[in-house]
Design a protein around this ligand. Structure first.
Ligand SMILES: *Cc1c(COP(=O)(O)O)cnc(C)c1O
Length: 232
């Protein structure tokens, strides 16, 4: 494995190529480097290579790296499961909370944002594979969910996010990407208060090019940039 800098350059190049191949401009795709379990220093190496958005899963880790200035000059996305008692540590710190999966959580985020005098950008996480152990709302509930967001102050829904079931078969994954793409286009065409559907976040290290071909405009890539994570 090369260093973080070289890996990040390679991923950015692969994104550009996939964008061009599907008739889109490289600038229309945003790379969010999933930097969990990687130090502030390694985050800066990715930044130096041109990465301008980072994604974190854990509030504690994000807070520590924020204090070290790890994300300076870049966007910060929260992409992990957000516990209700940690909402206050993320609202106003992350530019986007990608992983909102319940109305209750949406309301708590909104309440905190209003108290801070800001509007928090959020995505709705969709459990596209209907996996029991995974977060996210069912695709069929998206309409109803977005309509209900109209009653919540302090939030703006800017996109949809999904993590399809793990599969060695890229065609299965592509079918989920396609389903997400259809849902995204469908929701984009509708008008809901507090919803400005702009971003479709899907695709990780093993499948981000396929996701781009199916319409993703945000990909979240960890391992291909930072190497394998070592879980203790
Ligand atoms: C870790 C993570 C990623 C990146 O996964 P890789 O397979 O390492 O690229 C993407 N999205 C979320 C929500 C993650 O937690």
């Amino acid at each position: 494995m090369e260093g973080v800098y070289e890996n990040a350059r390679t991923v950015l190049e692969r994104i550009s190529r996939a964008a061009v191949e599907s008739g889109r401009s490289p600038e229309s795709i945003k790379l969010v480097a999933a930097s969990k379990m990687n130090s502030a220093e390694r985050v800066r190496q990715a930044y130096d290579a041109g990465v301008r958005a980072f994604g974190e899963n854990r509030v504690q880790e994000m807070t520590e790296k924020l204090a070290l200035g790890a994300y300076e000059g870049a966007e910060l996305h929260f992409i992990g499961h957000l516990q209700k008692n940690k909402v206050k540590n993320v609202v106003g710190k992350a530019q986007v909370i990608e992983s909102v999966d319940s109305l209750e959580l949406m309301e708590l985020i909104g309440r905190r944002a209003v108290a801070m005098g800001i509007c928090q950008d959020v995505f709705v996480e969709i459990n596209i594979g209907r996996e029991e152990n995974k977060s996210g709302i069912e695709k069929e509930r998206t309409d109803e969910f977005l309509a209900q967001c109209g009653n919540i102050s302090g939030i703006m829904v800017k996109g949809l996010m999904a993590i399809p079931p793990k599969s060695a078969d890229i065609w299965k994954t592509e079918r989920y990407f396609e389903e997400m793409s259809k849902l995204f286009i469908d929701m984009k065409a509708k008008k809901y208060d507090n919803v400005n559907m702009t971003f479709l976040s899907m695709g990780m290290s093993s499948d981000f090019e396929a996701a781009i071909r199916r319409g993703a405009n945000i990909v979240r890539v960890g391992t291909a940039i930072f190497g394998e994570r070592i879980y203790k």
